[in-house]
Structure formats: structure tokens, C-alpha cells
Design a protein around this ligand. Structure first.
Ligand code: NDP
Length: 249
């Protein structure tokens, strides 16, 4: 797949799935703007990309979100693709009484920042008839296996639905919006989120009994962002080792 000369913003590119997406786009000939808060980790990812624009930003802050779009336009002159990937979870449950602080943190990054960046990117994407891929999760389709992830599951349901709604509004401008919903993927996600859940536990809740690698998700994102997917919008693509069918069985 060639994405030659396309300009792509990847949020949460300092780690895991976002890092794999950034490297994949760069290898396919795109100009990448890589976004995250951790400068050291972003530098490591930048070293694997060709002439990336590195943007240190907390995308929950409006000022930073504006800077992400402005710096990208200033350097590359246009925007073709926005990948809203940055996200996290904070363990909390209704009966532990720690719900609301975790709710605000999770909704700010997993939902509000996605809506904010989409809004700020919109005029630029309309100009290029570009597209957006949001990274949601199969958690958005399922009731939580572990009660500590209830806020996360809700946030991902919102992101998936936002993708469908945004696709409708953007359609007349030729801008596509799609969602990728991974199941478990080996990244720093659980460690970064201070979760006590172990990756091995996720193997037991999918039919293929495995956890994905980040590049599996990156390949799917690349396809959706490319012209090969020119007829696809408002869709959700699941790559979950059969987590959903196991839950239905
Ligand atoms: P990681 O923890 O490895 O990466 C998360 C990324 O999000 C980091 O690059 C982090 O960068 C960034 N980030 C978090 N908060 C902010 C913020 N306020 N501003 C800017 N960047 C931020 O996790 P994954 O790679 O696994 O997660 C990527 C996405 O995939 C998330 O949306 C997650 O919900 C989703 N997902 C992951 C699954 C998995 O099993 N791993 C399964 C399903 C979905 P920094 O710390 O530098 O700011």
C-alpha cells in the first residue's frame, strides 16, 4: 500500500500501537507527525521514521491539541489522515467509590480529545478529502470482564459511536471516518494504566488463545487510511483473536 506524500498525524505515537502505526505509515512513504507527552519515547520512535515531525503534546489540553494541527500544517502544508490513537485506562469501580476521578481522566483522553482533534482537523481534511481512523476497542462492545474497566468500556463505546456519527456529517465533503477495535495487544498499556490484569489472562477470553502484536493493528489502520478503502466509511473493524465470538458462544 502506498501512502506516498500523505500527511498523517498519529496521537499516542510514543508507545505500543501508535508507535507501530507511525512506523508503518512512514515506511509506506507518508510524512508523519508523531504526538505524545514522553519526549524520550517519542525520540526512539522518531528514529525509526523518515523525517518525522515530533510534537510533544498532551492532547487533552485544547492549547496542545491546536498546536498539533498548526505545527503539522506549518511543516507539511496539508493534512490527509488523522489517527486518534492516544488512550488509557485507570482502574476504578462503582463500589470502590473511586469512579468519578477515573471517569474524568479516561473520558478526557479517550473521548474528549478525539472529538476535539477531529473538530480542529476538520477544515484541513475537507480540503484534502482525507480520512480519520479512531482506535477504539472491543471493550466498547462488551460488558467488562473485570469491574475495574467499566469507565474504559464506556469510553470506547462512545468513541466507536462517534466514528459512525462523524462519518455521516463528513460524507458530503468526501472525508471518511472509520474505527479499529483491537482485542488484547502486547504494549505498555496495562503497565501505563497501573492495571493489575495480566496479558496472559486475556488469552483465556479469546478463541485463538493469543494476544496480538501492534503491527497487526497498524496494517489494518494503513489499509483503512489508503485509497484501497475508498468505499469504506462509518465502519468498525475488529481485530480481537475472536474475543467477541468467545463472549457470544
Ligand atoms: P500504550 O500505553 O502503549 O500507549 C498509549 C499512548 O497514548 C502512549 O503513546 C501515550 O503517550 C499516549 N497518551 C496517553 N495519554 C495522552 C495524552 N494525554 N496526550 C497525548 N498522548 C497520550 O497503549 P496502547 O498502544 O496499547 O494503546 C493505544 C490505543 O489502543 C489506546 O487508545 C488503547 O485504548 C487502544 N487499545 C489497546 C489495546 C491493548 O490491548 N493494548 C486493546 C484495545 C484498544 P505519552 O505517555 O507519551 O503521552
Amino acid at each position: 500500500m502506498s501512502l506516498s506524500n500523505k500527511v498523517v498525524i498519529v496521537t499516542g505515537a510514543s508507545s505500543g500501537i501508535g508507535a507501530a502505526i507511525a512506523v508503518a505509515f512512514s515506511s509506506a512513504g507518508a510524512h508523519v507527525a508523531i504526538v505524545g507527552r514522553n519526549e524520550t519515547k517519542l525520540s526512539d520512535v522518531a528514529a525509526k521514521c523518515t523525517n518525522p515531525l515530533v510534537i510533544i503534546a498532551d492532547v487533552t489540553k485544547e492549547k496542545d491539541a491546536r498546536a498539533v494541527i498548526d505545527k503539522t500544517i506549518k511543516k507539511f502544508g496539508k493534512l490527509d489522515v488523522l489517527i486518534n490513537n492516544a488512550g488509557l485506562t485507570v482502574p476504578a469501580s462503582i463500589l470502590q467509590g473511586d469512579m468519578m476521578k477515573a471517569y474524568d481522566t479516561i473520558m478526557d483522553i479517550n473521548v474528549r480529545a478525539v472529538v476535539q482533534l477531529t473538530t480542529l482537523a476538520a477544515p484541513h481534511l475537507v480540503k484534502t478529502k482525507g480520512n480519520i481512523v479512531n482506535i477504539s476497542s472491543v471493550a466498547g462492545q462488551l460488558a467488562p470482564v473485570y469491574p475495574s474497566t467499566i469507565n474504559y468500556n464506556m469510553s470506547k463505546a462512545a468513541v466507536t459511536h462517534f466514528g459512525k456519527c462523524a462519518a455521516v456529517e463528513f460524507a458530503e465533503h468526501g472525508v471518511r471516518v472509520n474505527t479499529v477495535s483491537p482485542g488484547p495487544v502486547y504494549t505498555d498499556f496495562l503497565e501505563n494504566s497501573k492495571s493489575s490484569i495480566k496479558w496472559e489472562q486475556y488469552k483465556a477470553i479469546n478463541v485463538l488463545k493469543r494476544v496480538s502484536e501492534p503491527d497487526e493493528i497498524a496494517d489494518l489502520v494503513l489499509f483503512l487510511a489508503s485509497d484501497k478503502a475508498r468505499g469504506i466509511t462509518g465502519s468498525e473493524f475488529v481485530s480481537d483473536n475472536g474475543t467477541c465470538i468467545k463472549r457470544l458462544a
